[in-house]
Write a protein that binds this ligand. Structure first.
Ligand code: 26W
Length: 798
């Protein structure tokens, strides 16, 4: 949009006055931030209304991305960037002695997600709008997001994330789009008078679902979609039934807080309530919108595509059936045909403990009609498939089995597409984890390698690098990321290499400042910034990283004069509150950090920084400063990873196992621009087949490993009496589930290669350039365009 600095300043001071009746002098960051937010909303209001009206007028097919998690982070800067007024606003504020960065930091992170899955959903929202595709989010408006993490004596402590305390300037409460969601009670099928049966409900608890729409502003294309998040309320007419605080709390709890687990199901009834609540509310509002178009229900799949983001929204299958059967009165066959055509599913993990299985008694008591429909789906599946493929395969794939409802099976059987999130992961789904389903529905399986919203992770997070790109290859890359490959031509250009190195150094100094403020530890920008930022999980092997750090520490203690390129190891990681082993690793990392950072004999050669409360906004400061990107999961366990792509875009070199999307990063940059190590997937599966992995052998065979592990139990690392033994035993007595000892030697060798190469600054920066220039395929614009073309069949409006 066209906006002059003068106009902006006038609009801003007027808004401040109108909203708060305050002058600039008497205002604080709160008023400045809210006024900026309100003004920004006013700037995109017309485009938002026009976008919505155009879709209705053209009756365009739309996609709806159902996700129980969204992780947008902060929105002010990205909205200003997408409106094309970022620089104007920054300059206007400067004239008023205000700093956009400072005001932007006033906004709380919208942290309604745990990690990869939630952040991917938000990157997808940005790409849908920026590619002009009619796609909307559907989720839950938690009052409390992911817990805030504090370290107390090295231990993780969780604090509530009350992100709505001072209001959320971006959301719009859509009272008139509210719907009702029913729980519990009994349901009887009674004749509907035309030979069919219809459900009769008794004693159902009816709750109100209120939608809050947050606009998703496309990148300088006047396209605005929305993310609809639902909040629960007690219907006015039902108020009389909720007199006690407990009764009211039981209702409000449904959308009160995000479950902080990101890899093992909690199995709590409240979580099941959350899953049904946003699914039913979302589907009802879409069904109401479709009905308002006045088209025959048979056209539903040609106007609506609904995506199930992992198993958490899998109740979309029976809920859509319920609407088509009980509201539209369709036959089962017709309803089923429309349901399968409308729905699609993405799997994000192969970890068994993460695949949701809800006990029948829970589903039946909470959702009696839904359970009836699930039973019918299961029965018809068994009846149809047994003659075709035999009882064994049916037993392995049916939905209801051993007293539980297998949500992944429900999602696969009830949709027309199942995709993995990286080539390796999608192959594992087809050939191993979901092989029986692949035999049943080969045409449904496909791959959609993840991507990232490069606008946020380069233009917003790394203005220094963005400026070097503008000055080197022009600015077209900002609109068309494919053009970033133009940088490849400058691999031998000393000026460009110097400029890239200077930008990285600037970002390392910026992070160094933050580290000093938050931890009191001073780090040198000359050191290698080695970064591992992701949820704390055993399969991601933060422990392997720690064992190497302890090795370096022991090397330096053994020989303080050791010529070693200074290194700063930076960790960011939250552990699910109930995940004790992960919390034990956090304690150990903090105690090693404490030991190393205060040992002057190390002459500053080694620093370990564990930054508290890792989230989207912290990632935006850490990632531009990274030299090394730790992607060291046990091969086959990390479905894709996305921090690997963000770090690559920002010029870090990847230290990786051939797991998830690391394989495709290797394909993109070439073996000579990445550091690979460790077991491959076939080797890991070889061990599983043979069952002959013995971690103890690697301990006995490697004196370095012995010294390192013994440090966890012999007091060399202080203050981990209990935790050190837990780690020691998990590796030697419980046989090291994630092959940490097996991959140790090759990991250490790869780290040594990094140290050697880093000393050749020009060559290092050339490799960094190659990574930046090769990242276009990891843009979520590319990912979303393939979802739109292959799965959702929606067209761009631009
Ligand atoms: C039921 C508890 C629960 C909650 C969240 C189980 C599983 C999840 C998510 C699926 C976990 C997750 O975030 N998976 C990550 O998804 C990313 C986006 O596709 C991938 O890049 C990561 O590899 C994958 O671990």
């Amino acid at each position: 949009m066209k906006l002059s600095k003068k106009k902006f300043v006038a609009d801003f001071t007027r808004t401040l006055h109108e909203r708060f009746a305050l002058s600039l002098e008497d205002s604080s960051n709160y008023e400045f931030y809210m006024s900026l937010g309100i003004l920004t909303r006013a700037y995109y209001a017309k485009a938002w209304q026009k976008s919505t009206e155009q879709l209705k007028r053209n009756q365009s097919k739309q996609a709806y991305y159902f996700s129980i998690e969204f992780l947008p982070g902060k929105l002010l800067k990205s909205n200003l960037l997408s409106l094309g007024i970022y620089d104007t606003v920054a300059a206007g504020l400067k004239d008023l002695n205000l700093d956009l960065d400072e005001l932007a930091n006033y906004e709380p992170d919208m942290a309604l997600g745990n990690g990869g899955l939630g952040r991917l959903a938000s990157c997808f929202m940005d790409s849908l709008a920026s590619c002009g595709l009619p796609g909307n989010g559907n989720g839950i408006r938690y009052n409390y997001g992911l817990f805030k993490q504090k370290f107390v004596d090295g231990y993780q402590v969780e604090l509530p994330d009350s992100w709505l305390t001072s209001g959320n300037v971006w959301e719009v409460r859509k009272e008139n789009k509210a719907v009702e969601v029913g729980f519990g009670g009994e349901v009887y099928l009674v004749p509907d008078g035309s030979g069919g049966l219809q459900p009769l409900y008794e004693n159902q608890e009816i709750l109100r679902a209120i939608p809050y729409d947050t606009p998703v502003v496309g990148y300088q294309n006047d396209i605005i979609n929305q993310m609809r998040l639902w909040s629960v309320e007690i219907p006015l007419r039902e108020e009389g039934k909720y007199l006690t605080v407990e009764q009211r709390k039981a209702v409000e709890d449904i959308t009160a807080v995000l479950y902080p687990d990101d890899s093992s199901e909690a199995g709590r009834l409240l979580r099941l309530k959350q899953e049904y609540f946003f699914v039913s509310a979302g589907l009802q509002s879409i069904h109401n919108y479709f009905t308002s178009l006045g088209l025959p229900i048979e056209d539903f799949p040609s106007k609506v595509a609904i995506h199930i983001n992992d198993t958490h929204p899998a109740l979309c299958v029976p809920e859509l059936m319920r609407l088509l059967l009980d509201v539209n009165g369709l036959t089962w066959e017709k309803a089923w045909d429309l349901t399968v055509k409308t729905l699609s599913y993405t799997n994000h993990t192969i970890l068994q403990e993460a695949l949701e299985k809800w006990p029948i008694f829970m589903v039946q008591s909470l959702l009696p009609r839904i359970y009836q429909i699930i039973q019918e789906i299961d029965a018809r599946f068994v009846a149809e498939k047994t003659p075709q493929v035999g009882p064994t395969l049916v037993r392995n794939t049916r939905i209801i089995q051993d007293g539980v409802v297998h949500m992944a099976n429900l999602a696969i059987i009830g949709s027309h597409s199942t995709n993995g999130v990286a080539k390796l992961h999608s192959d594992l789904l087809k050939n191993v984890v979901l092989h029986d389903f692949y035999l049943l529905y080969p045409e449904r399986f496909n791959n959609k390698t993840n991507g990232i919203a490069h606008r946020r992770w380069s233009q917003l997070a790394n203005p220094a690098l963005s400026q070097v790109l503008d000055e080197t290859i022009g600015t077209t890359w900002r609109k068309n990321i494919e053009d970033i490959a133009l940088l490849k031509a400058y691999r031998e250009d000393d000026e460009v290499l110097k400029a890239l190195h200077a930008a990285k150094r600037h970002n390392k100094e910026r992070l160094g400042q933050l580290i000093l403020e938050k931890t009191g530890v001073r780090v040198s920008p000359d050191a290698i910034f080695d970064v591992q930022i992701k949820r704390l999980h055993a399969y991601k092997r933060q422990l392997l990283n720690l064992l190497h750090i302890v090795k370096l520490y022991l090397d330096l203690k053994g020989n303080p004069q050791l010529a070693m390129v200074p290194r700063v190891f930076i960790f960011g990681a939250k552990a699910a509150p109930s995940y004790d082993y992960a919390k034990t690793i956090i304690k150990c990392i903090n105690e090693v950090a404490n030991l190393v950072n205060h040992d002057d004999t190390l002459q500053g050669k080694l620093k370990v920084i564990f930054l508290e409360n890792y989230n989207v906004s912290l990632a935006e400061v850490i990632i531009p400063a990274a030299d090394v990107s730790e992607q060291i999961s046990l091969a086959s366990k990390e479905a894709s990873g996305t921090s690997n792509m963000k770090l690559m875009l920002n010029g870090a070199l990847t230290l990786a196992t051939l797991d998830g999307a690391n394989v495709e990063i290797r394909d993109a940059v070439g073996e000579e621009n990445i550091y690979l190590f460790g077991l491959t997937v076939p080797e890991v599966y070889g061990y599983y087949q043979r069952g002959d992995y013995c971690a103890m052998d690697y301990y006995h065979a490697d004196p370095v490993l012995q010294k390192v592990l013994n440090a966890f139990v012999n007091g060399v690392i202080p203050n981990i009496q209990q935790e050190g033994h837990v780690i020691f035993e998990s590796l030697l007595n419980y046989n090291d589930e994630y092959f940490v000892l097996r991959d140790f030697a090759s990991y250490v060798a790869a780290q040594a290669a990094i140290e050697a190469d880093y000393q050749n600054q020009r060559h290092w920066t050339q490799m960094s350039l190659q990574n930046i220039a090769s990242m276009a395929r990891f843009s979520s614009d590319r990912t979303i365009e393939s979802y739109a073309a292959d799965i959702w069949h929606i067209e761009s409006k631009q």
